[in-house]
Design a protein around this ligand. Sequence first.
Ligand code: KIV
Ligand code: ZN
Length: 402
Amino acid sequence: MIKYKDNLYKMMQDNKVQIFDTTLRDGEQVPGCKLDTKQKLVIAERLDLLGVNVIEAGFPVSSPGDFKSVSEIAKIIKNATVCGLTRAVENDIKVAAEALKFAKYPRIHTGIGTSDSHIKFKFNSTREAVIERAVKAVSYSKSFVEDVEFYAEDAGRTDNEFLARVCEAVIKAGATVLNIPDTTGYCLPEEYGAKMKYLRENVKGIEKVILSCHCHNDLGMATANSIAGVINGARQIECTINGIGERAGNTALEEVVMVLKQHPYLNLETSINTKLLYDTSILVRESMGMPVQPNKAIVGANAFAHSSGIHQDGVIKNRETYEIMDPEDVGVTESAIILTARSGRAALAYRAKKIGYELTKVQLDVAYTSFLEFADKQKEIKDDDIHAIMKVVNKISKIVMA
Ligand code: KIV
Ligand code: ZN
């Protein structure tokens, strides 16, 4: 029997929120995002460096390729727990255990749907039979590894009293982590938080396990729901880089990590080296060929870009007027001042100085008139355009180079 991390019990009692990354499993399920083993190994190593606590490396029984990826990742990862997904099916569990056998810290992630909709339409079964299958899956997983996470699929739409019964039964069977997925992204933050609180208050043995948030983004609430979950006692968040995942995606790792960092009074910490967030986002975006929307929080191209005159003037005077975090904290070198027809004199003078032109007030007035003519014709003014504008100004009045 392989031991799980010695400090697991310590971690679940304090203010540390475990980051469980599922980019290589839930994220990779997205059509077009398929990765080969080599690409997965590069991403897994980067996630380990980033400081995630758990890497869900794949669903080993799903294909020989996925089995190989999980097994190769298990061999090389030095710090994080490596996890493999299974259904509550003996063969899935056996195959996952085989794939994980070389992991320093292996975890089997097994589970079953618990909502009435899943029980009736997916399994044509009953609540009692589902509890029995859940318990069997956890007990069987425990015969291979100590660290067993149980997921109650569609927990978001599962009746809380029944969910509590399932949780109690799988804790008795030895589960170490209880994953409460909002599989369809339906819950409101208050509702999801209340679910965690209910489980903490009504499940015997709950203090022995880590409660985990796994939220999908169908209504754009995955991050808010995960945060509500940890405020109400969960100590693990399952998430993906750039929020990729089924349909509208999973909780974005970079978002939850930065929410906790920027709100220190919550007294909840992660072990993520946030300065690596931007580069990791680029690595995942490029390996999967999955673009990131420009207005995506934290890692989108416009996340630290300012384009209106009023905002630019404020940011040039003091970054904190319009930025609630330092771009360097997430690995972005600096805020961007984008010059458009909405920009003011302050932004033009700022950019001109950056590329070498120190303008007097009169020169700036002349330059600004010419700038607006350029800007009305094109979406954005680039440095080459500024050089052209400065040639016009120089003819009237000699500019001192900065
Ligand atoms: O969304 C979900 O319910 C899942 C489980 C398989 C953990 O991804
Ligand atoms: Zn999921």
